[in-house]
Design a protein. Structure first.
Length: 288
């Protein structure tokens, strides 16, 4: 069921959506579903060969129109060129999915200043760069638009060992809530999704390298007992991109099977108490 597309056929018909980091992982999954729903797609990232291969696969799978363009989100001028190329190809842009990210695990004290900045530059500055260029364009052209930003659940809580990413994603959340209010007057909506674990090569190879994936199996922390399926995330993203969510603005929707709350709730570790032990506690209480 959760592997099925959820929205009506044609829910994004005629819309053009730019997806940063759209050639791999979650960006590719969300973009493919946008195409299935009738959107035109622009996918960007640094590696044109990856983008072109992904675009070919997406066209074959959906019959949709996909424009792959190389663009480093740290380069504001290159972003302006992506927007111009998208307009030249499709006439206008309706939505931007800020999905590109960089991340790795490391004790913070082992990071160089450049390592810290690299993640901040891709995740936070990349998202602000693209949002600023896109927003200026929409405001100048008097066009409505929709931003969707991909953050993480540790944007709320912080997290050790991914401190540059946590710092940057928290900034993306603040950006989301700020622009949602300021730019609503221009008919620009801004929302975010905070995914929990959704296996991808890009994230798993960097965050759970070597034998860590087995040793620190994320499923152990997830109350629903499984990781996310890409289509589940794509369904949520398509809803937030579509006009069905026209009254949703400034929201961050968590999709993590209850993972972060399990870590947060003071007594959730009581999960480890067996029914037999609960019976014993009840007896002790009655005796008292
Ligand atoms: C410590 C590291 C490092 C590591 C790189 N650096 N990898 N430091 N541990 N594992 C340091 C380098 O030594 C260098 O510092 C600086 O970071 C820049 O490295 P470059 O390789 O030159 O950077 P660049 O080529 O721009 O590549 C960026 C990258 C890379 C972030 C380092 O991993 C990348 O391209 N990632 C893109 C995809 C990605 O990360 N996907 C995962 C997203 S998952 P010095 O000082 O030596 O110059 C996610 C959330 C998941 O975001 C949440 C799961 C629940
Ligand atoms: P991924 O496949 O590694 O995706 C990251 C994408 O960002 C890649 O396509 C990469 O392409 C692009 N990118 C990196 N640096 C860039 C730059 N400087 N300029 C332009 N593009 C750049 O990993 P993923 O798991 O799908 O992650 C997608 C998003 O989901 C990220 O925002 C991530 O933080 C978020 N997320 C993932 C999970 C998860 O469990 N997978 C959980 C929470 C949040 P190039 O290398 O070609 O540039």
């Amino acid at each position: 069921m959760f592997n099925e597309g959820m929205l009506k056929e044609g829910a994004l018909a005629g819309q053009t959506i730019i997806v940063t980091g759209g050639g791999t992982g979650l960006g590719k999954a969300m973009g493919t579903y946008f195409l299935q729903l009738g959107a035109n797609l622009v996918i960007t990232s640094r590696k044109i060969e990856v983008l072109e291969k992904a675009a070919g696969e997406m066209r074959q799978q959906t019959g949709g129109r996909v424009l792959p363009i190389a663009c480093d989100v740290r380069d504001y001028a290159a972003i302006e060129q992506v927007i111009a190329a998208a307009v030249a190809e499709f006439g206008r842009v309706n939505g931007l999915l800020n999905n590109a990210a960089g991340n790795f695990v490391s004790p913070t004290e082992r990071l160089s200043a450049n390592a810290f900045s690299t993640v901040i530059d891709i995740v936070l500055k990349g998202t602000t760069n693209f949002s600023l260029a896109m927003g200026k364009h929409w405001i100048k052209e008097k066009q409505a638009g929709t931003f969707l930003n991909i953050t993480t659940t540790y944007a709320f809580t912080g997290s050790g060992y991914v401190v540059p990413s946590a710092t940057a994603k928290a900034g993306v959340l603040a950006l989301t809530r700020s622009l949602a209010v300021e730019w609503a007057k221009y008919q620009i909506r801004t929302n975010a999704i905070a995914p929990g674990p959704f296996p991808t090569k890009g994230a798993w190879s960097r965050l759970l390298p070597g034998k860590l994936a087995k040793k620190l199996d994320p499923v152990q922390r997830i109350p629903v007992g499984r990781v996310g399926e890409h289509q589940e995330l794509a369904n949520l993203a398509a809803y937030l991109m579509s006009d069905y969510s026209a009254f949703v603005n400034g929201e961050v929707i968590t999709i993590d099977g209850g993972e972060w709350l399990k870590g947060a709730g003071e007594f959730n570790m009581m999960e480890a108490v067996s029914p037999k032990m609960w019976d014993m506690f009840a007896l002790m209480r009655k005796k008292k």
